[in-house]
Design a protein around this ligand. Structure first.
Ligand SMILES: [Zn+2]
Length: 400
């Protein structure tokens, strides 16, 4: 195959944060297969999502643009009509583009709406799980993915979105033991009332009792998804397709487990919400670890660059190929948008972060995150605890 006919796979793991992967220093090995893939691929240590929530982030992944420019700023169901109208005027959408260029396009996800545009197949298949979760298990959708790519004659584009890692982790086969009293103790430990009410609503009837139990379930869900990604990688190896397939594996955003008083949600623009792993397998490129800043908007330009395909769209992202080949940094700062609050954005350099909240009402927990303006010294204060904003900041112009 020449590069024009390489297969393309994008695997999104919902709300995956680096902190819970041994690849990034976690003391549990939740990620055996991601380690294996990184050992033959490229691990990006500083990948930051363009948004802290699924709808704007996945739209960024598939358009190569920041939320402000593709239109979808807010997470579903808070996406505004005018945001969708702006998106509908798009010139570029990766599934449509690859389909026009001769690809069989397979989207495995349950969101639907605009996400299904351009896919020859879109959905999660007919096999049912024994849960009432809106999305199917990692095992189930992996089997579907393998079935779909097995029979394609043309090069394929597979977009696969794993949701097992999303709270309350409905497909994890582990039941925490506990009772009403444990739930009450857990809720009593949360000082912010709206956070407490929000968590209470979400753990009702879910066999979740303690914060530690919920954290354990998150880890187990990562291990489950990792195992399924291993199946895909093995399949490609057995069919001799690794040399003909470009793969991106990433989190669409991160998650706070309890950090910043935010419980199991990606609210706010702290690093826990926006830092996520990115691993790439690109034929002919050797194992490498990259520290400089990359964003999910870079995936589309990289695919087009590698496949030697042209679009007249003006992407916000940049091809990762020069960075991988010659260590040429793409940017010295990242920009990101809050899809859960009304109007919050942030710029982050290696050592500083500036967050501007014009309207900090959070649609999820009905409280607020971030003061009007916050600035953090990430070198001295990586946990983003002490707001050092003094009235002016050199980063102000980046968010103008
Ligand atoms: Zn998500």
């Amino acid at each position: 195959m020449n590069t024009l006919t390489k297969n393309v796979i994008i695997i999104v793991i919902d709300a995956l944060r680096p902190k819970n992967l041994s690849l990034f220093g976690y003391d549990k090995e939740t990620d055996k297969n991601l380690i294996r893939i990184s050992n033959n691929g490229i691990l990006f240590r500083n990948h930051f999502s363009a948004a802290n929530s699924t709808a704007p982030s996945v739209t960024s992944i598939l358009t190569g643009k920041y939320p402000k420019n593709h239109g979808i700023i807010h997470q579903l169901p808070y996406t505004k009509e005018e945001e969708i109208q702006k998106f509908e005027k798009r010139k570029f959408w990766l599934p449509e583009f690859l389909k026009i260029n001769g690809y069989t396009t397979i989207g495995i996800d349950w969101i639907g709406l605009w996400f299904k545009e351009g896919f020859d197949y879109y959905g999660e298949g007919e096999v049912s799980d024994e849960t009432d979760a809106p999305f199917k298990s990692a095992e189930n959708i992996t089997s579907l993915a393998l079935l779909k790519i097995r029979d394609t004659k043309k090069p394929f584009f597979l977009f696969l979105h794993y949701w097992d890692t999303h709270f309350p982790f409905p497909h994890v086969k582990y039941e925490e033991q506990g009772d009403e009293k444990d739930i009450q103790n857990t809720l009593n430990s949360i000082t912010n009332e709206s956070q407490r009410e929000y968590l209470k609503k979400r753990i009702q009837g879910k066999s979740l009792y303690t914060i530690q139990g919920m954290k354990d379930k998150y880890d187990l869900s990562i291990t489950d998804v990792d195992k399924q990604i291993g199946r895909i990688y093995n399949f490609l190896g057995e069919k001799d397709l690794l040399q003909d397939t470009i793969i991106f594996i990433l989190g669409d955003h991160g998650v706070n487990l309890t950090e910043h008083g935010i419980y199991f949600s990606p609210s706010g623009l702290y690093d826990d919400s926006i830092h996520s792993p990115l691993i790439a397998h690109i034929p002919d490129f050797e194992k490498k670890e990259i520290d400089s800043f990359v964003q999910n908007i870079d995936i589309v330009p990289t695919i087009l660059d590698y496949l030697n395909l042209k679009s007249d769209e003006k992407f916000d992202g940049k091809s990762l190929i020069p960075l991988i080949k010659n260590n040429l940094p793409l940017r010295d700062k990242i920009i990101t948008f809050d899809g859960l609050c009304e109007d919050i954005k942030a710029v982050r350099t290696k050592n500083k972060k500036l967050i501007i909240a014009k309207n900090n009402f959070c649609n999820l927990c009905k409280s607020t995150h971030h003061k009007n303006i916050e600035e953090y010294d990430l070198e001295k204060d990586p946990g983003e605890i002490n707001n050092i904003f003094s009235g002016k900041s050199e980063l102000m112009k980046d968010l103008a």
